[in-house]
Design a protein around this ligand. Structure first.
Ligand SMILES: *Cc1c(COP(=O)(O)O)cnc(C)c1O
Length: 374
């Protein structure tokens, strides 16, 4: 059994994907081919945004967003303490200082009340300038944007939505990648919408932001390719990946997102009476990048992981170390009461296999093996 079975997905979509790739190969239009433009248009439409720019990966997407917003030295960027490293790494790479913020104990996402606390602390200390909020749609569930937006507006801060795991989720029918002043996503193969290599995208409704990010992603180009007006990057999604994503987006929209939700509901039905299953707040929808259980303590979590692995069921711990405790961030001192929840979650979470091609008997088998441990 696979944790995320990309092989099964390829089998289902093989003819269409192979045809798309062969078409690109035949035209030898490997960079900036028609598929790249078509994909950006479809992604923008899917997320109801004015602009989408595809780029090389989700990490670059964050870097483009941070550069676009002018984040740099002396700035504080507020980042959840429980996330993938890149959410914080890119802010540090831009020269800013990460201020780690605790997460909600059931949704795993940025806690808006604690966010405001941290912003007030930074203002009171007068050392850093609050500059931006990075809110992550962890495990496929959009962050609490209604509340986070209130805080952001109160302090005049832009929001970067890191939707690397969130593509396809929604709040009141409004889709992920539409909540940030700039939103970013990743097409890393294991993400809800993944390609066959690296890929990413940024989304915005602001034309100036879009133009600036398009320039940054293309060596800081001005009016043409050899008119370089700023220091930028080379960050492109190649045509083959765009071709793969056009087919995968179709399947995602046609049935995969629906199936992900059906599978999560099946897990819930087996497990919810005896285990702490994922909480999806009312009016929120997840794209189920992960299905993550919360155990009572580290010991129980580790025993469950061993039991499942012994039965051939792959599991993952997202994430084993909170951002504030990583060696790379050892210079940043975070009061322990500010990151209590994230710290506890790193010791108690366990993610089980989750992908739209999981079969009923597999969901049942995994659930029965989980149930055996309590
Ligand atoms: C995967 C991921 C990224 C980085 O995406 P890449 O395409 O691998 O660079 C950033 N943030 C989060 C939350 C992620 O899960």
């Amino acid at each position: 059994m696979e944790f995320i079975d990309l092989g099964r997905q390829y089998k289902a979509l093989k003819d269409r994907i192979d045809g798309r790739i062969a078409n690109v190969l035949g035209r030898a239009q490997f960079i900036n081919g028609d598929e790249v433009r078509e994909l950006a248009e479809k992604l923008a439409a899917y997320c109801s945004r004015k602009y989408c720019l595809t780029c090389a990966n989700g990490t670059d997407a964050l870097t483009l967003a941070l550069r676009c917003l002018g984040v740099g030295e002396g700035d504080a960027v507020f980042v959840p303490d429980l996330t993938f490293f890149a959410s914080a790494e890119t802010a540090a790479l831009a020269g800013a200082t990460c201020v780690f913020v605790d997460v909600d104990k059931r949704t795993f996402n940025l806690d808006a009340v604690k966010l405001e606390n941290r912003i007030r602390q930074v203002i009171a200390e007068k050392k850093l300038k609050p500059k931006a909020i990075i809110a992550v749609d962890l495990f496929g569930l959009p962050a609490n944007f209604p509340e986070i937006r209130k805080v952001a507006d109160k302090y005049g801060l832009p929001i970067i939505e890191d939707a690397a795991q969130g593509f396809g989720g929604s709040i009141n029918g409004k889709r992920a990648c539409s909540f940030g002043d700039i939103s970013t996503t990743s097409f890393f193969p294991a993400k809800p919408l993944g390609c066959y290599g690296d890929g990413g995208a940024v989304f915005t409704d602001n034309e100036d932001y879009y133009k600036l990010m398009a320039s940054l992603a293309f060596h800081g180009k001005g009016s043409h390719k050899y008119d370089n007006v700023r220091i930028g990057y080379n960050s492109r999604l190649d045509t083959i990946q765009a071709a793969v994503l056009l087919e995968k987006l179709k399947a995602f929209d046609d049935y995969e997102l629906t199936d992900r939700n059906k599978i999560a509901a099946k897990y819930d039905s087996y497990l919810k009476d005896k285990f702490t299953t994922p909480l999806i707040p009312e009016n929120f929808q997840s794209s189920w990048a992960q299905y993550t259980l919360i155990l009572d303590d580290e010991n129980e979590r580790d025993n469950l992981q061993k039991h499942l692995n012994a039965n051939g069921i792959p599991t993952m711990i997202y994430y084993p170390i909170p951002m504030h405790a990583l060696k790379a961030f050892e210079d940043i001192k975070t009061p322990s009461e500010e990151i209590e929840v994230a710290t506890k979650l790193t010791k108690t979470v366990l993610s089980v296999p989750m992908h739209p091609y999981l079969k009923d008997e597999e969901i049942k088998f995994i659930s029965l093996k989980v149930l055996e441990t309590r």
